[in-house]
Design a protein around this ligand. Structure first.
Ligand code: FAD
Length: 312
């Protein structure tokens, strides 16, 4: 169902949240790409999110959850429906703060950096290799973001989800289906909260490991340019996609305003005026060439949003 003026008015009236109409999605993504969304809504608390999801679910209005937008490519035509941004869902608490471990409970819009920062200040170890990954906790869990052999789900205890109808569901880690850069959630569900269980470590070592992870990132990634992180998943740990793409001579290759980074061949950067179609053109060229040269089908790591994609 399309968003009619009546629905727009209804949502404005019943949902106490910031609402933007015809908002360019390029404003909300690290690649700075994406046409207008019919509506962007920023619910101020989980209760409002429940209400909103229930309302949209009942009427079959297309919607997508957006964290910090650091791993997505929206089409140039934008999104017909509602984009729900989680950035305002930001509670973080520490519980079970004992001598050998503690738990951190954080809502979807909390930056992953804030979770790791709190953990390391408390001397809780494990997540240091993820230090420097931009984005929200909800986004990191939805794609199972990772670095240095660690992924976000590794230290998770449980997830709180909202179903398409806005019903709450707690899922234990053991019941989650996840793997490298993949988290299988029930279709159309939204992550509202994650609970992590972390063990105590040596604070000086935690800080040193965290800083080293950031240094590696700054040395090896185009972190000052607009991008959405690595475009492709690594076919295997021994065969990083970036090394394959580099070997095939793609560094610096351009399509319109999109360019394969000179620093890391698995990053496509926006040189200022890139369109989604430019990025997709480069993606297809790289895929074809890698298939031809290596007989490898590169799988996307970035989330290419299609009108019908929703959160599946
Ligand atoms: C410079 C740079 C470096 C990066 N380095 C890394 C890296 O080392 N490792 C890595 O894994 N990634 C990396 N990324 C990619 C990205 O930062 C991470 O994947 C991040 O965790 C995505 O979080 P986000 O909030 O931005 O998600 P978004 O981009 O907002 O969303 C990503 C996907 O998750 C879905 N989603 C978001 N929030 C929710 C929610 N609450 N419930 C359900 N679905 C949701 C969205 O619909 C979308 O499909 C990098 C990106 C950049 C720009």
């Amino acid at each position: 169902m399309r968003l009619t003026p009546n629905l727009v008015e209804d949502i404005r009236r019943i949902i106490p949240a910031r609402v933007l109409i015809d908002a360019p999605l390029s404003r909300f993504t690290s690649l700075r790409i994406g046409g207008p969304a019919d509506m962007v809504v920023e619910p101020g608390d989980p209760g409002v999110l429940v209400e909103l999801l229930g309302y949209l679910g009942d009427r079959g209005v297309p919607r997508i959850i957006l964290g910090a937008g650091t791993n997505v490519l929206f089409p140039d035509s934008g999104f017909r429906g509602v984009v729900i941004r989680t950035k305002t869902l930001r509670t973080l608490a520490v519980t079970a703060n004992g001598s050998d471990h503690a738990k951190i409970i954080a809502s979807a819009g909390v930056p992953l950096l804030a979770v790791i920062g709190r953990a390391s200040r408390l001397g809780l170890k494990g997540m240091e290799p993820l230090w420097g990954i931009p984005g929200s906790l909800g986004g990191a869990l939805a794609v199972n973001a990772g670095a240095g052999g660690v992924c976000t789900a590794d230290y998770l205890e449980e997830l709180k989800l909202l179903t398409i109808r806005g019903e709450e569901r707690l899922v234990k880690k053991a019941d989650l289906d996840y793997s490298y850069r993949r988290m299988k959630l029930p279709r159309d569900s939204a992550i509202v909260e994650g609970t992590f269980r972390l063990s105590r470590g040596e604070p000086a070592k935690i800080k040193a490991d965290r800083d080293a992870a950031l240094d590696r990132r700054r040395m090896g990634q185009p972190w000052k340019e607009p991008s959405a992180g690595c475009v492709f998943k690594n076919p295997s740990p021994e065969k990083p996609a970036g090394a394959i793409i580099d070997r095939l001579g793609f560094k610096g290759a351009r399509a319109g305003g999109a360019q394969v980074s000179q620093i890391h061949a698995n990053f496509i950067i926006n040189r200022g005026n890139a369109m989604a179609s430019d990025v997709l053109e480069l993606v297809e060229k790289i895929r074809e060439r890698v298939k031809e040269a290596e007989n490898i089908e590169l799988e996307l790591e970035i989330c290419v949003i299609k009108q019908e994609s929703g959160n599946d």
